[in-house]
Design a protein. Structure first.
Length: 141
């Protein structure tokens, strides 16, 4: 899993003040129930296998990863989808989906490049998901 490999191009995240915006799914029982069980298996809103539980990440874990790579989290906001209107709405509730905005710090606290700092996180995720071959294939990408 390469959380910071978002194709920013031109080294945007190496520049002090560079912004990163992320939207993702929180790792909660509710997000599992609605994101995987309901939307994939019961309602068929999205194809089975669209979501991978092991890749869901809590706001706290994401903030830790970002900060360890020299980014400062500015904002975290919940996002709710209304299937009747087809629109997303901002919310204080981050238990399902959320967005985060982080800014590259002006002082590099970790002299190692981000790809080395992320290696430990990737290895941790590989260990956690070693029994799931589909996740293993995703991590190899």
């Amino acid at each position: 899993m390469k959380i910071l490999d978002v194709g920013c191009g031109g080294g945007l995240l190496t520049e002090p003040g560079g912004s990163l915006f992320i939207t993702t799914i929180n790792k909660t029982q509710l997000s599992y129930a609605l994101g995987i069980v309901f939307s994939e298996q019961i309602a068929g809103i999205v194809p089975k296998g669209t979501h991978t539980w092991e890749k869901f990440v809590s706001p706290e874990k994401l903030e830790s990863i970002l900060e360890s790579n020299g980014l400062s989290v500015q904002t975290v906001a919940g996002m709710l989808y209304n299937p009747f209107s087809g629109y997303w709405h901002w919310s204080e509730n981050t238990s399902l989906n959320y967005a985060a905005h982080a800014v590259k710090s002006s002082i590099q606290e970790h002299p190692a490049p981000a790809e080395f700092a992320l290696k430990e996180e990737t290895e941790e995720l590989r260990t956690e998901t070693s029994t799931n071959s589909g996740v293993h294939e995703e991590l190899k990408k």
